[in-house]
Design a binder for this molecule. Structure first.
Ligand SMILES: [Cu+2]
Length: 212
């Protein structure tokens, strides 16, 4: 009896500790754990006080409370995207960051370069919404941030300084360039392996995104 109570408490504790929280850019509203399995963490409408966000070399900063997880970012160019289809185009979900898998709990940063995303309507001054899609093993979770893109702004210093796993966004840009070139250096090979791995993750995650 005593042991089973401990086991139940452990399960409940895990549930409370789970999920992820978007740190930067600031989400539509305060984190609501119970709503995170739904569109934009339950916040259906765009906010009026948008974050002015870098058109190029942006960063997403989030806190993962799962040890192994997959994440990606979908983008809408609607003024008030309030359902998943607003993040879609005729060719599928508009990806700001392709799905990737990562291990580790705590703060994590990853680059987002919307200028090179090939999404129609992405330009200096555009109002867009990004939705972070996350799966740490207990279902697909969502948080949104409403942005105004700017070619003349950069990620705040206090955000970049907390990104211990990301030393430079320009490094990431260089890596992406290497992936599409015929370079045969060690960095290029590493990227090619990663790309093949990501294809599998994308296939898995696309099945978890709502069909449109
Ligand atoms: Cu969770």
């Amino acid at each position: 009896m005593y042991l089973s109570s401990i086991a139940l408490a452990a399960v409940l504790f895990t549930g409370v500790q789970a999920h992820f929280q978007l740190q930067y850019p600031i989400p539509r509203g305060p984190f609501v754990e119970d709503s995170e399995p739904t569109f934009c963490d339950g916040y259906n409408d765009a906010v009026s006080n948008r974050t002015v966000f870098p058109l190029s070399n942006g960063i997403i900063n989030m806190n993962s409370e799962h040890p192994l997880w997959t994440a990606g970012v979908i983008v809408s160019t609607f003024q008030d995207p309030n359902n998943f289809s607003d993040f879609n185009s005729s060719s599928g979900y508009q990806m700001g960051v392709q799905f990737f898998q990562q291990s580790g709990e705590g703060l994590y940063c990853f680059p987002i370069d919307l200028a090179t995303s090939n999404i129609s309507g992405i330009e200096d001054g555009a109002n867009v919404t990004i939705q972070i899609v996350f799966d740490g093993g207990d279902g697909t979770l969502y948080q949104c941030a409403d942005l105004t893109l700017s070619a003349n702004t950069t990620v705040p210093a206090d955000t970049t300084s907390s990104c211990t796993n990301v030393t430079s966004t320009s490094t990431s840009t260089a890596t992406a360039t290497a992936a599409s070139s015929t370079s045969t250096n060690s960095a290029g090979k590493e990227v090619q392996v990663a790309s093949g791995f990501i294809v599998g993750v994308v296939t898995m995650m696309m099945a978890l995104l709502p069909a449109l």
